[in-house]
Design a protein around this ligand. Structure first.
Ligand code: PLP
Length: 416
């Protein structure tokens, strides 16, 4: 572990040169949002990753980090998991893009249906946003109604209807979307009385996770209120499991929530870094799904589909969920102790597999950013505003090393 004192900026010369070029040829601003290291602030995280393996990444200046972002979710088993990479490579050597369906499409759909009780069909695609948009359409076709209820601040991807950034989105495209405050049952009831005759469905994240906010699960009252509305109106329940999927329960998150959805959107972790997402649905919604034209040139690339198939097989075979949950518990315990020892008051919320660390009374994010920067200088990536992700590759040695880095980073961060 470096003590950080030998480094000026987090990015070395190669990283700084890439930023200079990026600023000339990328639009910057909100375009890439959290996937730009600058989302964490200037000089807080390394800007450009050149290599990745297991739970570690190397930046373009050759500096190594234990990574707790996992590519913002996808890396479930560890970067470049050997069996997943082998499955992808073998498929790519035979065929990737081709004129008709690859067998891998059917194999993956089969496995998804087998591993998700209650779901009868699956539509693989690429990004989470693809399948969220599709889920909304299936709900509308199935019910013959148009209004979708989502929750304040909930991110559901780049589909203009669901986008959190309104720039360039015509007002008419969001006129059938109702946003309700999270866990506010009075507001929920009011929204229901105004839209229930036209209610097509709910799109629900298993967790409320938003930059700079504590992670909050749905309250039992909210889940009950949604169930009651489904019973009364036949509205469809879509679980957006793109972010939390496979990390809240062994399988899709609704197992942890104790609810039975009609549609489940998976993405991110599904391919362990290879581009695959999927919409899963019940038998009752098959006829609605069949009516929708949903295709794109690269939905059918066989190598990525094989990557997802192998990821799911390894995940279930190796009990990866339990491994990453335990790793998260070890990290939480160590970080809470380290913060207390150095006199910092922090809030550590969310499940161990997807925690959020925020400092108390840190509205300007001075301590949060300083801590993350000090950790990066010493070799660990902890985001100051977003939730983190654990993977099955975060073994005890890596977690203990990261706790040591965090101890030094807390000590180097002024207390008040
Ligand atoms: C809850 C949730 N839904 C949907 C999406 C969109 O997925 P993608 O970025 O793969 O399009 C994200 C992405 O972060 C997400 O967190």
């Amino acid at each position: 572990m470096s003590d950080g004192s030998d480094r000026g900026r987090v990015d070395g010369p190669a990283g700084q040169e890439l930023w200079r070029r990026a600023d000339a040829v990328l639009p910057g601003g909100a375009v890439y949002l959290s996937r730009s290291a600058r989302f964490a602030g200037d000089d807080v995280q390394p800007g450009f990753i050149a290599e990745a393996s297991g739970c570690r990444v190397t930046d373009v200046d050759g500096r190594r980090y234990i990574d707790f972002l996992c590519a913002n979710g996808p890396i479930l088993l560890g970067y470049r998991h050997p069996e997943v990479e082998e499955a992808v490579r073998r498929q790519a050597e035979r065929a990737d893009s081709a004129s008709f369906f690859p067998p891998a499409l059917v194999d993956l759909a089969d496995l998804l249906v087998e591993k998700t009780p209650g779901m009868a069909w699956a539509v693989p695609a690429k990004n989470g946003s693809d399948v969220i948009g599709l889920a909304g359409r299936v709900a509308r076709v199935a019910t013959g109604r148009e209004t979708l209820v989502v929750f304040d601040r909930a991110y559901h991807g780049f589909d203009p209807e669901f986008a959190l950034s309104p720039a360039g989105v015509p007002a008419a495209s969001v006129s059938k979307l109702v946003r309700v405050p999270w866990n506010d049952l009075d507001a929920f009831d009011r929204a229901m009385s105004s839209c229930q005759d036209d209610l097509a469905g709910f799109v629900l994240n298993p967790l409320d996770q938003f930059p700079l906010r504590d992670t909050a699960p749905p309250s039992p009252g909210l889940l009950d209120a949604i169930s009651a509305m489904r019973e009364r109106t036949g509205a469809v329940l879509v679980i957006d499991d793109v972010r939390a999927g496979l990390r809240l329960a062994e399988g899709p998150s609704h197992r942890a929530l104790g609810i039975e959805p009609d549609l489940v959107c998976l993405g991110k972790s599904l391919g362990n870094g290879h581009p695959v997402s999927a919409l899963l649905g019940t038998e009752a919604l098959r006829a609605a799904a069949r009516q929708i034209n949903f295709t794109a040139t690269y939905f059918f690339t066989a190598a990525a589909l094989r990557g997802a198939e192998r990821t799911l097989q390894v995940y279930h075979r190796d009990g990866a969920f339990h491994a990453l949950w335990r790793a998260g518990e070890r990290l939480r315990e160590g970080l809470l102790a380290a913060a207390a020892k150095s006199g910092h008051r922090i809030r550590y919320t969310g499940p161990p597999s997807m925690p959020t660390l925020l400092f108390e009374d840190d509205a300007k994010l001075e301590r949060g950013r300083r801590f993350s920067r000090e950790a990066a200088l010493r070799g660990a990536i902890f985001h100051p505003t977003l939730n983190w992700f654990l993977s099955a590759a975060h073994d005890d040695a890596a977690i203990d090393e990261a706790i040591g880095i965090a101890e030094a980073a807390f000590d180097a961060t002024p207390v008040e």
